[in-house]
Every structure is written in structure tokens, then in C-alpha cells.
Design a protein around this ligand. Structure first.
Ligand code: NDP
Length: 279
């Protein structure tokens, strides 16, 4: 296990010359990752091969092995594979252990798979550096207690917020998270409107099934983007929210972090936040 240091351990860089990567998920047609990584490569004058493969949960282990055998250096993982990838990885970074989910695997020269998670850093960078919304001293209500929220919490905590309250449809999961991360607390779903908060983070995948009371929170951030974000956006308008962000920025930032770890090249992501509006 290694602490996150913005470099991969030497053993994992042994295949750095083979610039083949992929994103795996089911479904995968909607994924923006191939376009993002192509843009990052052009931007940093690198040549990489990045593909998308539809992969079921049952096929994940087999696909990982096949991709390693074909010379792939690493893969990104999206829904519903992150938890399975966590179980399959040979080694895990601290971020992956905390999230209990893996969104990036790097193969070493022997085919060992290092599982990492860049969702937390992607979220915090997008909100604090791209959107210029500092989290220190903020009171934050987080909806959901799944893999994405688990990955976010340690990174939000590092920003010294005033309070973090996790609220989940299945309350016991929110309570378990609050026990694991003592800097946060939990509240029952029906009580979410009772607290005064500055920021609402939607980490559920409920889309149009999400039912929210009047919240009186000025800034909302939805981890979802595209069509899955539409309902949340409509609800934000109804509740006269000042800013309502979608998860595209987080997607860009988590991908840029993966690109940096794999290729050693930092991407000036500000450019891409504008470019993606035309996707
Ligand atoms: P999980 O399946 O791990 O968790 C889903 C969560 O949503 C659970 O807490 C679940 O509650 C809750 N939920 C589901 N349906 C409802 C409902 N009808 N009402 C209230 N709560 C509900 O998903 P992830 O954590 O992996 O992903 C969550 C969201 O984050 C997704 O939209 C995903 O696309 C997005 N995401 C975005 C990223 C980005 O880069 N922008 C990166 C990672 C994720 P319960 O426990 O009760 O079932």
C-alpha cells in the first residue's frame, strides 16, 4: 500500500512506455473518457491509445487479464465495476481503501493490478479550484452513502469544513460512514431540512426518483451530469438555489489526475471545462 504522493511506485512505471489505456463499464457508450484522454494527450503532446470496452461484472477479472496480456498499461473503471475492481486489485492505495471502490487500475510489469481512486481529488479540485468555492468553514449536507460519497469524504474533511452531515435513504449506511469518518455526522432522511447548511452535495444515483423537501441551501453540487442531472437542476431552480453545478467538472478533474499519474504530465484543465461545453 502506498500513500498518495502524485507518483506511481517505481514497479508500476515499468510499463510506462506502452501507452495503451481503456475505460471499462456497463453500459459504456455514454462515457466521455475516450474524448477526454485524447484531448489531454493532444494538449500535452503525447501519443496514447485509449479505448472503451463494455465489460460486465462477471467478465471484469477476465477482461483485466486480457488487457494486461495485450500490453495495456492501465484502465479506468466506471459504473457498476468500481466495487468489484476494489475486490480484484492486488494492491490498493489509501484513497481506494477509504472509498472501498477503484476507478483506476495500473498494471505493473508482472501483471499485478494497483487499484486507486481519483474521485475525491477530482471533486475537491473542481469545486475549490475551478469553481472557486472554498470548503473551509462551510456546513455541508451530503446525500447518499455509496462508493462516490465514500471517496469524497476524506478529501472534503481535509478542506476543514465547519460540519459535514451525511444523509442517506438507508439511514444505517449514513451512520456507518459517520462512525468511520468521525469528522462527519449523519441525519435521518426525513430530517434533512432541519439543519442549516451552505452546500448540498447530491451523491445519490436516484435521478428523477429523488424527493427533496424545501432545503434553503444556496449552493448545490450534483455528482451526476447529463440527463441524470436534469431533475436535480429543475429542483434547484424551483428552490431558487444560487448555484447548481453538475458532475462534469469532477469527471474532468478525476480523469486529469489519472492522466497525470499514468503519463507524468499535468493538464491545465481550465481549457477543458470550456471545451466540454461543446460535447
Ligand atoms: P452507489 O450505487 O454506490 O450509491 C447510490 C446511492 O444513491 C446510495 O446511497 C443509495 O441509497 C442512493 N439512492 C439510490 N436511489 C435513491 C432514491 N430513489 N432516493 C434516495 N437515494 C437513493 O453509486 P455511486 O456512489 O457510485 O454513484 C453515485 C452518483 O455519483 C451517480 O450518479 C454517479 O454517476 C455519480 N458519480 C459521478 C462521478 C463524476 O466524476 N462526476 C464519479 C463517481 C460517481 P441506498 O443506500 O438507500 O440504496
Amino acid at each position: 500500500m502506498f500513500q498518495h504522493t502524485n507518483v506511481l511506485p517505481a514497479s508500476y512505471l515499468a510499463r510506462a512506455g506502452r501507452a495503451r489505456y481503456a475505460v471499462l463499464g456497463d453500459p459504456i457508450n455514454h462515457s466521455l473518457s475516450p474524448r477526454l484522454f485524447k484531448l489531454f494527450a493532444e494538449h500535452t503532446h503525447q501519443i496514447i491509445d485509449y479505448r472503451a470496452f463494455q465489460t460486465s461484472l462477471e467478465d471484469l477479472a477476465k477482461t483485466l487479464k486480457e488487457l494486461y496480456d495485450q500490453g495495456y498499461h492501465g484502465v479506468n473503471l466506471t459504473s457498476p465495476l468500481k466495487e468489484k475492481a476494489y475486490l480484484l486489485a492486488d494492491e490498493l492505495t489509501v484513497e481506494a481503501q477509504q472509498a472501498k471502490a477503484v476507478n483506476m487500475i495500473t498494471f505493473d510489469a508482472e501483471g499485478k493490478a494497483l487499484g486507486h481512486n481519483t474521485d475525491g481529488i477530482g471533486f475537491v479540485r473542481d469545486l475549490t479550484q475551478i469553481k472557486n468555492y472554498p470548503l473551509n468553514n462551510k456546513s455541508i449536507l451530503v446525500l447518499g452513502a455509496g462508493g462516490a460519497v465514500r471517496g469524497l469524504l476524506p478529501f472534503i474533511i481535509k478542506e476543514n469544513p465547519n460540519a459535514i452531515t451525511v444523509c442517506n435513504r438507508t439511514e444505517s449506511k449514513a451512520q456507518a460512514l459517520a462512525e468511520e469518518f468521525p469528522e462527519s455526522g449523519s441525519c435521518a432522511w426525513q430530517n434533512m431540512a432541519l439543519l442549516k447548511n451552505d452546500l448540498l452535495i447530491n451523491g445519490t444515483n436516484a435521478a428523477d426518483a429523488l424527493e427533496l423537501p424545501e432545503l434553503n441551501i444556496p449552493v448545490w453540487y450534483d455528482l451526476a451530469y447529463g440527463l441524470n442531472h436534469s431533475f436535480f437542476q429543475k429542483e434547484a431552480k424551483k428552490q431558487e438555489v444560487v448555484y447548481c453545478f453538475d458532475g462534469l467538472g469532477m469527471l474532468i478533474e478525476q480523469a486529469a489526475e489519472a492522466f497525470f499519474l499514468w503519463r507524468g504530465a499535468a493538464v491545465d484543465t481550465h481549457t477543458f471545462h470550456h471545451l466540454l461545453l461543446t460535447f
